[in-house]
Design a protein around this ligand. Structure first.
Ligand code: 5CA
Ligand code: ZN
Length: 420
């Protein structure tokens, strides 16, 4: 699928230090490249939208975070291979389409377009590979067939609806050197069971070998879309295998960063890694990076609750995208936080102050501020501190002829994606 247009990213003199990121799997920070491979290509898979109710501030915060990761790598001289998926067939999308009486394909297409426009407005660099679940079915079917052949997957007997042919992953049998249950999330079983039920899993499905076993292939049902699944029979893919296969088909193994919101730690990223390890006995990714949850009025912002602030609505109301992006950067990516009008107003004021200060900045100051931004971004994407460095610079008395304005404007654009 096509993504969106590439923004212009200026080149900036000098280069960033090696980026360190907090890895959920190890609970520790780690460099995203060994020191002697500082300019080796970096690779990243970020879990994309399920295309309905796009693009709310939680989505925007997550994609802007990984955009900052990419910008920091690029500034350090690395090329970046980036894949993002679209979960363009899944239960929640089908349910929303049915509830609102629209064709699920039309709903998906319109929401994907809205997302593209929002990402472009927010100055987010597009992925090279933007791949829908539907497009990837022909990659996925042989992978599930192989898991069945290896007895790492199994068919569950028909349930109440009498449909045969649902295929599940044998979690416990699939454990090996590259992955064991909990390797990504580090959760205990009780926590896993809770999140599994909450986030699309079916712990009570009769006939499973283990309650946590996730669905790999859902056999065709009356009234549901389905595709030819070779030996699997007609059906549609499970969620985790979709991302696992798209990532492995398009990126090196292991790739550098697996990204998404903290709501994907379990079961989604745990099992995406598990499926990859079962197929290849290899780790899926080197670093698992998760963004905190954005909420509104005391609750997580989510489609199911309907408490959404949409990027497109703010844009329609005349809010400058650079101010929205400045709000997102003002919060640390790993914290949970709440969107408020006050945060937006504060960001608008800051953008105005930075713009004003640019006119009189010196070359010397520009170089210092760029170095300070670089240091903060390499430090586990500490965007709030980078913005505070901008505030301190903007608060200095105007004292120069502005010969550093262009260099600093470029630096702020390249490193933070803020076009002032
Ligand atoms: N299609 C799947 C991933 S394969 C999915 O989770 N889609 S989503 O539309 O629900 O979310 C898209 C991305 O935004 C995911 O990375 C998700 O973790 C992140 N996300 C969703 N809600 C929030 C939120 N409130 N705050 C921060 N990030 C969020
Ligand atoms: Zn995913």
């Amino acid at each position: 699928m096509h993504a969106w247009n590439n923004p212009e990213v200026p080149q900036v003199a000098g280069s960033a230090p090696t980026l360190e990121l907090f890895n959920t799997a190890t609970g520790a920070r780690q460099a995203t490249a060994p020191a002697d491979e500082a300019i080796a290509p970096a690779s990243m898979y970020v879990c994309g939208i399920t295309p309905y109710d796009a693009t709310h501030m939680g989505h925007a915060a997550t994609y802007v975070t990984f955009d900052l990761v990419q910008r920091t790598w690029r500034d350090a001289g690395r090329t970046v291979a980036y894949t993002q998926n679209i979960t363009d067939v899944d239960d929640p999308l089908l349910e929303r389409a049915a509830a609102t009486n629209v064709d699920w394909r039309e709903l998906a297409e319109s929401q994907i377009q809205l997302f593209r426009d929002d990402m472009e407005a927010l100055n987010v660099i597009p992925p090279q590979n933007y791949i829908g679940a539907v497009e990837s079915i022909h990659w996925l079917v042989p992978v599930v067939e192989q898991l069945l052949d290896a007895d790492l997957a199994y068919r569950v007997p028909a349930g109440a609806d009498g449909v045969e042919g649902d295929v599940y992953f044998d979690t416990l049998a699939a454990q090996n050197d590259a992955w064991k249950l909990g390797a990504v999330s580090n959760y205990d079983r009780e926590t896993m069971l809770g999140f599994f039920a909450e986030r699309g899993g079916d712990p009570d499905r009769a006939g499973k070998r283990d309650a946590l076993d996730p669905l790999l292939w859902r056999a065709a049902r009356e009234g549901e879309p389905s595709w030819d699944g070779g030996k699997l029979g007609a059906g549609r893919p499970g969620w985790h295998i979709e991302c696992s296969v798209i990532a492995r088909k398009t990126l090196p193994a292991p790739f550098t960063v697996q990204g998404g919101g903290s709501d994907l730690i379990f079961p989604h990223h745990e099992f995406s890694a598990a499926h990859a390890a079962a197929g290849d006995n290899a780790e899926l990714a080197q670093t698992y990076v998760h963004t905190g949850m954005v909420g509104l009025d005391g609750e997580k912002m989510s489609k199911s609750l309907g408490n959404l602030v949409l990027v497109s609505k703010l844009r329609e109301a005349g809010v400058e995208p650079v101010a929205i992006r400045a709000v997102l950067l003002s919060q640390h990516y790993r914290s949970d936080w709440f969107w408020t009008e006050q945060l937006l107003a504060a960001a608008q004021q800051r953008v105005a102050a930075w713009r004003q200060a640019l006119a009189t900045t010196s070359n010397e100051d520009a170089a210092k501020v760029v170095e300070s931004i670089r240091k903060h971004m390499a430090d586990d994407i500490d965007a709030p501190s980078a913005l505070e460095a901008l505030d301190r610079w903007a608060a200095q008395p105007a004292g120069s002829n502005g010969d550093g304005a262009e260099a600093l404007r470029h630096g702020i654009d390249a490193l933070l994606g803020l076009k002032l």
